[in-house]
Design a protein around this ligand. Structure first.
Ligand SMILES: [Fe+2]
Length: 205
């Protein structure tokens, strides 16, 4: 049984950057629904003994197209939102450190360049989707964007996301309306780079 990551802050803790009603609706309705529907699809596919990364990386092995689509959309929604909510904090470390900081500098030139590239990808994603910073087992970094609830795992890139920028309208529309750029920029006031570094260290270990 897959369960949502516990929200490590109150619904109103991300104010003024993300309003309480958006956090509550996003977590307790949208993320909860993805989780419920993922569990149903996992049961239909008989994949209860697999972890979510294994399921998303091997969607081709599911023969029923409807179940495969349900796993892709709801498994992605479950996994992507766990990453998204866990990385946010009302008191974030606003700079990466250690190995991740070094790799960001050698790959992107600077932390500011990385942020600019992530914002560019998040704004360039047409319609609903995500922008990502991902790593592979060698410690290499990749930035990318995905439509819907796809991610670098279901896209079979060999990379695992360590930072998730949700650009579905449900993530910002109540407060920001059509101003996705303002939302994405404000997200960087909430991203805890200690958590992102932990995600990185876990993959390269
Ligand atoms: Fe979302």
């Amino acid at each position: 049984m897959f369960t949502q990551v516990p929200l490590p802050y109150a619904y109103d803790a991300l104010e003024p950057y993300i309003d309480a009603l958006t956090v509550e609706t996003h977590y307790a309705k949208h993320h909860a629904a993805y989780t419920t529907n993922f569990n149903k699809a996992v049961e239909m596919a008989g994949l209860q003994d697999k972890d979510v990364i294994e399921i998303l990386a091997n969607l081709d092995s599911v023969s029923d197209p409807a179940v495969r689509t349900a796993l892709r959309n709801n498994g992605g929604g479950f996994y992507n939102h766990n990453l998204y909510f866990a990385q946010l904090s009302p008191n974030p470390a606003n700079q990466p450190s250690g190995k991740l900081a070094e790799k960001i500098n050698s790959t992107f030139g600077s932390f500011d360049n990385l942020k600019a590239e992530l914002i560019r990808l998040a704004l360039g994603q047409f319609g609903s989707g995500w922008a990502w910073l991902s790593a592979n087992k060698n410690g290499d970094l990749m930035i990318s964007s995905s439509p819907n609830q796809d991610n670098p795992i279901s896209e079979k890139t060999g990379y695992i996301p360590i930072l998730a920028l949700d650009v579905w309208e449900h993530a910002y529309y109540l407060k920001y309306k059509n101003l996705r750029a303002d939302y994405v920029k404000s997200l960087f006031n909430l991203i805890d780079w200690n958590t992102v570094s932990e995600n990185y260290n876990r993959i390269i270990r």
